[in-house]
Write a protein that binds this ligand. Structure first.
Ligand SMILES: [Zn+2]
Length: 276
């Protein structure tokens, strides 16, 4: 069978199916993901408040959903005094990664020192336990790269989701077992940075993500979105992964089949410890 007609299998390396905006539509989201051959979904928590919902999703769909738990940089202010202890507990209860964690320089809340301390505590835990961590970074590439490029090679691997950093460090990141993932923003022709990164990231170190329900792709003319949010904007969902994958294939001058195979293999290697 020619490669491009075989059934492709895709993975969504980063989504938030626990988000309340998706909850009423979850059955449809999962059905459309299956119809689009998006076979594996990595759901990342964002705050202690959503850890139980993420755990329930992974428990309800053990062959399709894998999970990570952590404190997202936007949500550190309401952490409980026992948050790190609770994180250790939930990571000990079932195979899981750490995420979404990171730095964000756009928040004018005076908590940047706290945010870095919370990020480093979680990153250290990912090294200690040897589990993958998923990283968010916005407007904080200086400190983020200083941390990551001075850290040892991570045993399981790290994922920087929706990578918007500079292309010239991609090789150094890959050498430290750090991966990047591409989502809906790659479909925007004016996003030169993401497109440059898509061309230059070394083989073995790139994945695809929906970041559902945020950062939806720009859909081609004539294709209508599955779900709209209250603000009438498209909600992202895993079913769009093959479309983003086709754009990535164009940018890397290869076929969607190669991209599906590569991103699925990369996801299975990175998330090996989370798989059932
Ligand atoms: Zn996210």
């Amino acid at each position: 069978m020619p490669r491009d007609t075989k059934k492709l299998v895709w993975c969504d390396a980063h989504c938030h199916l626990q988000d309340p905006r998706l909850a009423p539509h979850l059955a449809g989201v999962l059905r459309r993901a299956a119809e689009s051959n998006v076979a594996l979904l990595h759901v990342a928590a964002t705050s202690e408040a959503d850890w139980p919902a993420v755990r329930a999703l992974a428990a309800a769909h053990p062959r399709r959903i894998i999970a990570s738990y952590g404190l997202h940089p936007w949500y550190i202010a309401n952490r409980t005094p026992r948050w790190l202890h609770r994180l250790r507990e939930i990571l000990a209860a079932a195979p899981a990664g750490i995420g979404e964690i990171g730095l964000d320089g756009k928040l004018a809340d005076g908590l940047d020192r706290d945010r870095e301390a919370v990020f480093l505590a979680q990153l250290d835990l990912a090294y200690e336990l040897g589990v993958p961590a998923t990283i968010h970074c916005r407007d904080a590439w200086g400190p983020m790269l200083a941390i990551l490029l001075n850290a040892p090679r991570h045993p399981a691997g790290l994922l920087i989701h929706a990578y918007s950093g500079p292309p010239d460090v991609l090789r150094d990141l890959a050498a430290r077992n750090i991966h990047i993932s591409f989502g809906g923003t790659l479909t925007r022709p004016q996003n030169h940075r993401a497109r440059e990164n898509a061309r230059r990231v070394p083989d073995g170190h790139y994945l695809l993500e929906s970041d559902a329900p945020d950062l939806p792709p720009t859909l081609p003319p004539g294709r209508s979105p599955h779900l709209l949010g209250d603000d009438s904007r498209t909600l992202s969902e895993p079913a769009y992964i093959p479309y983003t994958g086709a754009i990535l294939a164009e940018l890397r001058q290869t076929t969607p089949a190669e991209i599906a195979d590569a991103t699925t293999a990369n996801a299975h290697r990175l998330f090996a410890k989370l798989l059932p």
